[in-house]
Design a protein around this ligand. Structure first.
Ligand code: GLU
Length: 452
């Protein structure tokens, strides 16, 4: 073991001991640490300055009670979180996730990823994340509003356009952002547009923000494929999920000539050899808020595969590209085996940490191009940062201009990851490229700002 890898292993043991039971956080830390051996060997000052230890400890963690009243007059209690992980590059920036699975370890894994993702955008944003174990499924608008108001009644003390800027994530979309912003404005008595992103476009939101994560992931995929002599034109693609990220990824893949033959939700998947019809998907998931089986009911060419993931489509059909766009650890080693048999040549993460470590190892060993989420899905937060820019100058940009900015940012992220991987002797390794490029930028800023 080299001195660098010994140091990394020791710090990782410390992370395990100090953060018991936070498996997802451990996984996210390990994935970054696994890329850093060469970095510490080249730049011993990162170890001398204890950057690894410092970067794994959030600057601040806020946990609070969120009481609210349901439609039957019963008082309910949820737990709220905001983890302000790292402000070396700018105000904390990252979404809020409302899902019953959310625990402190979930928010910490997401916040940790966000530090490096935000660095890769090249924009001045630090890393943070928040959320609650509140389950929005089946709740009325009134219940959602009361929950959001209660959440913000505590959260407003800790956020601000130069302090910490939340946004959406799973379970938090335009409706929730509206209620959260309204309550912030009411308590703070100021119209501070830049305090939250993902706002409605008529009241301070940015065009393209809704589409940005999905579009950005597809731009990244196209660059990655082009750099390796291919492209999305004619590619057969599986996209997991049917939420915001998946939806706009599908739209852009079709615009670039690819064919998405499968999508999914937590109840199962659909296989549609004619290509997913976005009008039908929109009607089912966004208007009716129904299960994905309804898509197969409404579309002759589609079949529903109940209780299975979208990767099961690869059992019988050729797949060129897979894009997990649902949630963490949704593509495991068995799925990776299936995809490899089906001929997959690229896997790109639209969600945060959707591929298990064993699956990533298998795909990389097989020579599959792998685009990690912290690079590939950075388009969402990058466009949030563009929203902050527009709010600062009290302006709003056209769709075309904003999309062009997003496209340029994704091109730069791709180039930075590819270039860094090359520089460190691991060409085509986008995981190493993303981790090293993000880490070194944040580490340098931390050293410059002293022991704080
Ligand atoms: N939740 C998104 C992410 O995972 C977006 C965060 C933001 O826009 O601040 O990057």
């Amino acid at each position: 073991m080299s001195p660098s890898s010994k140091r990394i292993a020791a710090v990782y043991d410390q992370v395990l001991a100090r953060n018991p039971g936070e498996a997802e956080f451990h996984q996210a830390v390990k994935e970054v640490f696994d890329s850093l051996d060469r970095v510490l060997t080249r730049f011993p000052e990162y170890a001398e300055e204890s950057i690894l230890e410092r970067i794994c400890e959030p600057e601040r963690q806020i946990i609070f009670r969120v009481p609210w009243t349901d439609d039957h007059g019963r008082v309910r209690i949820n737990r709220g979180f905001r983890v302000q992980f790292n402000s070396a590059l700018g105000p904390y920036k990252g979404g809020l996730r409302f899902d019953p699975s959310v625990m402190l370890g979930t928010v910490k894994f997401l916040g940790f990823e966000q530090i490096f993702k935000n660095a890769l955008t090249g924009l001045p944003i630090g890393g943070g994340k928040g959320g609650s174990d509140f389950d929005p499924k089946g709740r009325s608008d009134g219940e959602i509003m009361r929950f959001c108001q209660s959440f913000m009644t505590e959260a407003y003390r800790h956020i601000g356009s130069s302090v910490d800027v939340p946004a959406g994530d799973i379970g938090v979309g335009a409706r929730e952002i509206g209620y959260l912003f309204g309550q912030y404005k009411r308590i703070a008595n100021r119209y501070e547009a830049g305090v939250i992103t993902g706002k409605g476009t008529s009241w301070g939101g940015s065009l393209v923000r809704t589409e940005a994560t999905g579009y950005g992931a597809v731009f990244f995929t196209e660059h990655m494929l082009k750099a390796n002599g291919r492209g999305l034109d004619g590619a057969r693609v599986l996209v997991s999920g049917s939420g915001n990220v998946a939806f706009y990824a599908i739209e852009k893949i079709h615009a670039l000539g690819g064919l998405v033959i499968g999508a999914s939700d937590s109840s199962g998947a659909v296989h549609d050899p004619q290509g997913i019809d976005l009008d039908v998907l929109r009607e089912v998931k966004q208007v009716q808020r129904a299960r994905i089986s309804e898509y197969a009911q409404q579309r002759d060419s589609a079949e529903f595969i109940g209780g299975r993931s979208v990767w099961s489509v690869a059992e019988k059909h050729r797949v060129d590209v897979a894009m997990p766009c649902a949630t963490q650890n949704e593509l495991d080693d068995d799925d990776a085996k299936l995809l490899l048999k089906a001929g997959v040549s690229a896997v790109v993460e639209g969600a945060n940490m959707p591929t298990t470590p064993a699956a990533i190892d298998r795909l990389r060993d097989a020579g599959t191009l792998f685009g990690p989420g912290k690079a590939a899905n950075a388009g969402g937060v990058a466009t949030s940062a563009l929203e902050m820019q527009q709010n600062s100058i009290r302006d709003s940009w056209s769709f075309e201009y904003t999309e062009a900015r997003l496209a340029e940012i994704m091109e730069n992220i791709h180039a930075r990851c590819a270039g860094t991987a090359e520089d460190y002797g691991v060409p085509r390794d986008y995981v190493a490229g993303a981790n090293i490029a993000g880490f070194t930028q944040v580490a340098d800023a931390m050293i410059a700002q002293g022991v704080i």
